[in-house]
Each structure stands twice: as structure tokens, then as C-alpha cells.
Design a protein. Structure first.
Lengths: 217, 198
């Protein structure tokens, strides 16, 4: 019964979580997701006017953290958790993974509030974050791995609507009509959706190429 | 990788973007699956909780509320033995029929016969007690025999009342049965039964 209620399930340390996520261990993924969700629900005290926003912020923050771990931007080095800085150097992390998750969530929340307050929410591209994600010569690193990480970082800087549209079009191969239907009237016209899709993809591509250049890729 | 990535000068970048969008999508789908698993777990735990509560409530109901469990006699045929008329069969031939009806589960029919015989016996006892002849040995023998028959008929009557769930009348008859201690052949059982029916 105790097992069923979850009180004596195995708890993982941050180092075990990082190793587990990098090895794509399903048990660790599930445990960390639930632990992070519990921590977020308990500690994220910002005001929300609907629960969808809260869940969206948690998911975005969690995926950012998960991606950083899987890509090796956060890694275990000599039994110490380290995170890669913009300069390319790895520095020991001074906080736990959940604290890090909360920092991501706060950034997401500030962005949400800023956009709502200014009533200028750019549905297609998050213009608030222009700083480059990496700024070091990746010559000695594995170039393909570095490129993947750059693309991931650039995707994460985009607005959710933008990611949704280009994922449906470029990954799922949906037509514009199908995307229109799926988005349930959030785009006023097919032409508008097409423009949005092109704008999102062009901006993302430009940003990725710019980051490549900065890392000499 | 799948989707609408076609050839262009930025083909490699577009392919990688589509690939990484797919990876992000995989994570989202995994999150969806974990949410569902958590929800299922929550429902399962709630279901287990409700089942445990239901079982506990049933046990409590059976043990505390139902008086026919534990040390006391149980309601119906489970704890109370059917009366044995072997001693009185010769004196009262209808008892053979009553026995057969009880065996066949025809309790109402048996009840009618026993009720009639009990009334008749009650009248005889009442009549005998009006003009008692305690010095008359023959009278005493017949009186005691009738009293014993009366008590056994009452016990059978009580048995049948319990079987047809006429508990209030059964309680009344049990009290009457216990009043005459000398002829109570099932005294302890009757006390338990009275306690249980209360």
C-alpha cells in the first residue's frame, strides 16, 4: 500500500537525474517530471488568471531544462553538476535543478506578463530575447552536436505559437488548411497563417545561421 | 525526420530545424504521456482508497451494526437450529407435518400450524392454572407435560418468526418463553437471540 501511495518510491539525486535523462531512462524522466511538477505547484507563487497559462509556463520551463540536460549543456563532471556558459566554459552549478527550473519559469512568466501588459504580444516571434545563445569557437567540439544545441536554444527563444505552426508544417508535414483547422481560428486567414509560418521559419533560420557564424561553424 | 522541408540553399539548416522540432515534439508527447500516467495513478489511488473505505465500512457494518455476528446467534437458519420434535411427535401428530414443511422451507405454512397449536396449548395451560390441583399427581403430570409441550411449541414458533423476519413478535414471544424458567430447554440460546434481536 505504501508503494501505491508513492511515499517510498526511489528518489533520485540531481546527478542521477542528469545521468538518467542523458541516457533517456524512462523511470528517471517520469520521476523527475513529477518531482519538478510538485515543486513548481508548491513554490511558484505568481498570480495566474487561468490554469492553462500556469501549465504552459511549467511545460516550457521543463522542456528547456530537459533539453539543456539532454544536449549536455548541463552535465556531470567529476561528480559535480556543471553548466556550460555562453563563453563555452563549464562552471559548477550553484543551485539545484528545481531551482534552475524555477528561474526558467520566472523568465517565462515575466515574458508573459510583459506581453499582456503592453498588449503587443507578438504571436510569431519572441522579440524580447536577442542575445546570442553561445559565443565561443566550437572548432574543438563536435560540430554536429553543437549545431543541434544551437538550433534547440534558438527554438526555445521563439513564442509557443510560432513553434506550434512550424512544428505542424515542417515536422508533421501538415498542410496550411489542416493547421488552420487545428489552431481553431487563432489565425484569421490562410494567407495570414502562411505569412506567419514564413516569418517564423525565416527568423529562426537567420538566428541559427548567425549563431553558427559566431561559433565558427 | 518528416515534413515539408524541401531543397534550398539552407536545406541542411531547415532539415536540422525540422529534426529538432521533432525532438521537442517527442518531449511534449512524453510529457503528455507522463501526465496521463500520473492522472491514472491518482485515479487508481483514489479507487484503492474508495475500495478500502468501502471494505472497512462493510466490515464495520457487519461487525458493529449487524447483531447476528460474533458470539451471538445469527439471523435466519445459520445459527439457530431447527427444533427437533422427536419427544412430542406422538403427542402431537401435526408436528411431523411441521417438520416436513420446515425442511422444505415452507415457513409460513409451518407458522400457521404451529401458531394454531400454540394457541390451543396456551388455552389448556391457562385453563389448568385457573383451578390448580397441585396435590393431584395425575393432574400435575398432565400439567407439566402440557407446559413442556407449550414451551417447545413456543420455541418452534419463535424459530419460525425469526425465519420469516417477524422480529418484534419474536422478541415478545422470547420474553414470554424465558419467563417460565423450569420448562426452558433452550434458555441460553433464547437469551442470546433476545439480545441479538434487540
Amino acid at each position: 500500500m505504501i508503494v501505491l501511495w508513492g511515499s517510498n518510491r526511489k528518489a533520485y539525486s540531481d546527478i542521477e537525474v542528469v545521468n538518467g535523462l542523458q541516457e533517456r531512462d524512462g523511470h528517471v524522466e517520469e520521476w523527475f517530471y513529477n518531482a519538478a511538477k510538485r515543486y513548481f505547484d508548491k513554490c511558484f507563487n505568481e498570480v495566474f488568471f487561468n490554469s492553462d497559462c500556469r501549465q504552459e509556463i511549467f511545460q516550457s520551463a521543463f522542456i528547456k531544462l530537459w533539453t539543456e540536460i539532454e544536449n549536455g549543456r548541463i552535465k556531470v563532471d567529476g561528480n559535480v553538476l556543471c553548466r556550460q556558459q555562453r563563453s563555452g566554459e563549464y562552471m559548477p552549478m550553484t543551485c539545484s535543478l528545481t531551482t534552475f527550473l524555477m528561474a526558467f519559469a520566472k523568465t517565462e512568466y515575466r515574458e508573459l506578463v510583459r506581453n499582456v501588459r503592453e498588449e503587443s504580444f507578438d504571436e510569431f516571434y519572441d522579440s524580447a530575447q536577442h542575445e546570442s545563445v553561445f559565443a565561443f569557437d566550437a572548432g574543438e567540439s563536435d560540430a554536429d552536436e553543437m549545431k543541434s544545441r544551437i538550433v534547440d536554444e534558438c527554438i526555445q527563444l521563439m513564442s509557443p505559437a510560432c513553434i506550434d505552426i512550424i512544428t505542424q508544417f515542417y515536422y508533421h508535414g501538415k498542410s496550411l488548411d489542416e493547421i488552420m483547422e487545428m489552431r481553431g481560428g487563432r489565425n484569421s486567414s490562410k494567407d495570414g497563417l502562411k505569412t506567419a509560418k514564413n516569418k517564423c521559419m525565416n527568423t529562426l533560420r537567420e538566428r541559427v545561421l548567425k549563431e553558427y557564424r559566431m561559433c565558427n561553424l | 525526420m518528416k515534413g515539408n522541408v524541401t531543397g534550398s540553399g539552407c536545406n541542411d539548416v531547415d532539415k536540422l530545424i525540422a529534426n529538432r522540432l521533432g525532438e521537442r515534439q517527442r518531449k511534449l508527447e512524453r510529457i503528455g504521456a507522463m501526465e496521463k500516467a500520473t492522472e491514472r495513478g491518482r485515479k487508481r489511488n483514489l479507487s484503492i482508497l474508495y475500495t478500502a473505505i468501502s471494505i472497512a465500512a462493510c466490515i464495520a457494518l457487519v461487525v458493529i451494526v449487524n447483531p447476528f455476528t460474533g458470539n451471538g446467534p445469527q439471523h435466519g437458519a445459520f445459527a439457530m437450529e431447527a427444533p427437533d420434535f422427536s419427544t412430542f411427535r406422538a403427542a402431537l401428530p401435526e408436528l411431523v407435518q411441521v417438520e416436513a414443511l420446515i425442511d422444505a422451507g415452507e415457513y409460513y405454512k409451518a407458522l400457521d400450524i404451529v401458531e394454531a397449536k400454540l394457541k390451543e396449548s396456551d388455552r389448556k395451560v391457562k385453563h389448568a392454572e385457573k383451578e390448580p390441583l397441585f396435590d393431584d399427581e395425575e393432574w400435575m403430570y398432565e400439567y407439566r407435560a402440557e407446559k413442556l409441550m407449550n414451551a417447545e411449541l413456543r420455541w418452534t414458533y419463535i424459530y419460525l418468526l425469526v425465519m420469516v423476519e417477524c422480529d418484534r413478535t419474536a422478541v415478545k414471544e422470547l420474553k414470554r418463553y424465558l419467563r417460565d424458567e423450569e420448562f426452558c430447554m433452550h434458555r441460553e440460546d433464547a437469551k442470546d437471540m433476545l439480545e441479538a434481536l434487540r
